[in-house]
Write a protein that binds this ligand. Structure first.
Ligand code: PMP
Length: 371
């Protein structure tokens, strides 16, 4: 049967059921620029993934373990073994760990439990777009304030803002995506002291940075630190993230997480990954050294470059339109993140640190474009 004949037969059989579908909530449109276009190119430096696959031994261990899994049964709902492994890796207790499907799901669970109608989430822009997006989706009122011109959070005005807004959630991002700078430790401490709400430090890129807020987490401190397997652990495809938090906050996540949200294979794969931390640490060291090389090379070109403590670099062509440069790079099969139309980032582009060969392809293409 042809497609048209099939559709006609379907309409006839539906007996008057066919009509326009209802519209979704009118406030669902995604803030412009979140999704990075998935353009087929040879060099992909747009989504801050690891350029290296996870260790082969990890994959072998996962395959081996998969054979013994009872897939007919639901997974351990509390992901106990995974929590214990993450907790011992960080030197905290298992009841201070909440794992989820990527750190985005951790952020969503936090907003569901601590945000919602009549509550506010505070953040300083530009920052990770999903902080405001998820807050919005969960009905949380968003309070957005600008960062200083160097993209740091000005400590004086931040404290006044916290006291004025009285947020239920404060989002910090260290290192901040897409600008690359780690939040200042003294500012983070001051914000925790000033806030009555929960302070969330998103450390998706934490292992590339010189300091972490994980050491500040305690049962009587209103601080949550969010981490992911997507970057340092080279497992963006696994969709696993977690938070380190006071036990009471972790307990409250159980009220909003769907039952059995973490599948059995993911729980095992995430636990096994932690056995390969020395491989991961050497990759992080290599990426940091390649980042410094990229920054040095970019500094010799007619672009403004911001210092980075992450696995990406924000830069802005000085004499050319950012979007034009992005297009010219795509034409040379190099994809970077076009942030040039994002508020506060006019003209800027963001490049993920890739393999040395990818970085050289990017630099060669950029030199040609800017010549
Ligand atoms: N936080 C930040 C700051 C990010 O940049 C990202 C990924 N782009 C995430 C969280 C989400 O990571 P995932 O859901 O893959 O863990």
């Amino acid at each position: 049967m042809s497609a048209a004949a099939g559709a006609a037969a379907g309409a006839a059989a539906s007996g008057g059921l066919v009509r326009a579908l209802p519209a979704p909530r009118p406030d669902l449109s995604m803030r412009e620029g979140y999704h990075s276009p998935q353009v087929p190119v040879e060099v992909r430096l747009n989504t801050n993934e690891s350029p290296y696959p996870p260790p082969r031994e990890w994959l072998d261990a996962v395959c081996e373990l998969a054979r013994d899994i009872s897939f007919n049964r639901y997974p351990d709902r509390s992901a106990r073994a995974l929590r214990e492994a993450i907790a011992s890796w960080h030197g905290v207790r298992p009841d201070q760990v909440f794992p989820a499907n990527g750190s985005n799901e951790v952020l969503q669970s936090l907003c569901l439990a601590y945000g919602g109608s009549g509550r506010k989430a505070l953040m300083w822009e530009p920052t990770y777009a999903l902080h405001s997006h998820i807050a919005h989706l969960t009905g949380t009122e968003i309070a957005q304030f600008p960062r200083a011109p160097d993209f740091a959070i000005d400590p004086g005005s931040a404290l006044a803002t916290v006291e004025k807004v009285r947020p239920s959630l404060v989002f910090l991002c260290s290192p901040n995506n897409p600008t690359g700078l780690a939040e200042d430790e003294a500012t983070v401490r001051a914000i925790i002291r000033a806030s009555n709400g929960l302070v969330v430090v998103d450390e998706a890129y934490g292992q590339f940075s010189s300091w972490s807020a994980v050491g500040l987490v305690a049962d009587d401190v209103p601080l949550v630190v969010v981490r992911t397997y997507s970057k340092t652990w080279a497992m963006a495809g696994l969709r696993l993230g977690y938070m380190i938090a006071p036990a009471e906050v972790v307990d409250n996540m159980e009220r909003v997480a769907l039952p059995y949200h973490l599948d059995v294979l993911k729980q095992a794969a995430g636990r096994l990954a932690l056995r390969f931390s020395s491989e991961m640490e050497s990759r992080v060291a290599a990426i940091i050294s390649d980042r410094e090389h990229l920054v040095a090379e970019l500094s010799g070109l007619p672009v403004e470059v911001w210092p980075s403590q992450a696995n990406f670099i924000l830069w802005r062509p000085l004499r050319r339109d950012g979007r034009e440069v992005w297009e010219a790079l795509v034409a040379r099969s190099v994809l970077v993140r076009d942030t040039s139309r994002w508020p506060g980032l006019e003209g800027c582009l963001r490049t993920t640190v890739g393999t040395p060969a990818e970085n050289e392809r990017f630099l060669a293409a950029l030199r040609e474009v800017l010549a």
